[in-house]
Design a protein. Structure first.
Length: 157
């Protein structure tokens, strides 16, 4: 009886620690990317009011870092190979009016990405924030987030 209790205790302990380690490696970057607010500001170039982003500290820390995101590919311009990754499926994505601009990211892929619009995909790449810095200006014609050198996610990091 003591042996069974010991084995049971060890099994539960090991599974608890393994699950805790797995949770540490799994990060929901979509949640972190919600740390942005938008303010309408007049843009003399477009002669319109653009929603200018103000990124929070959490998401600024990710700028230039490797991240991975799970979502649905939405083609933006098939002639130029431009695509977007959406947190939500096509029927409830940002472009259909059912989500916010923080739920999509512009994809600049290293190599062509094969996808199905109805199946989620996990991509990894370098996150770039579309914001005004000493290196450049905010571009109102691009999304808030850009995933550069995007490739298929290759496993836990």
């Amino acid at each position: 009886m003591k042996n069974i209790l010991l084995v049971l205790t060890l099994t539960i302990s090991c599974s608890y620690f393994a699950e805790a380690q797995l949770k540490k490696t799994k990060v929901n970057y979509w949640e972190t990317m919600e740390d942005v607010s938008l303010k309408a500001k007049f843009n003399p170039v477009t002669e319109n009011f653009d929603n200018t982003p103000t990124f929070g500290k959490k998401v600024i820390r990710l700028d230039g870092k490797k991240i991975f995101l799970k979502g649905f590919i939405i083609p933006a311009d098939l002639t130029k190979g431009r695509m977007t990754l959406s947190k939500f499926s096509y029927s409830s994505c940002y472009f259909c009016g059912a989500a916010g601009p923080e739920s999509v990211i512009e994809i600049i892929a290293k190599n062509p990405i094969i996808y199905r619009m109805d199946k989620p995909i996990i991509l990894e790449g370098t996150l770039r924030l579309n914001r005004t810095t000493d290196k450049g200006e905010y571009d109102p014609f691009r999304l808030l987030y850009i995933l550069e050198d995007a490739t298929y996610y290759s496993g836990d990091k």
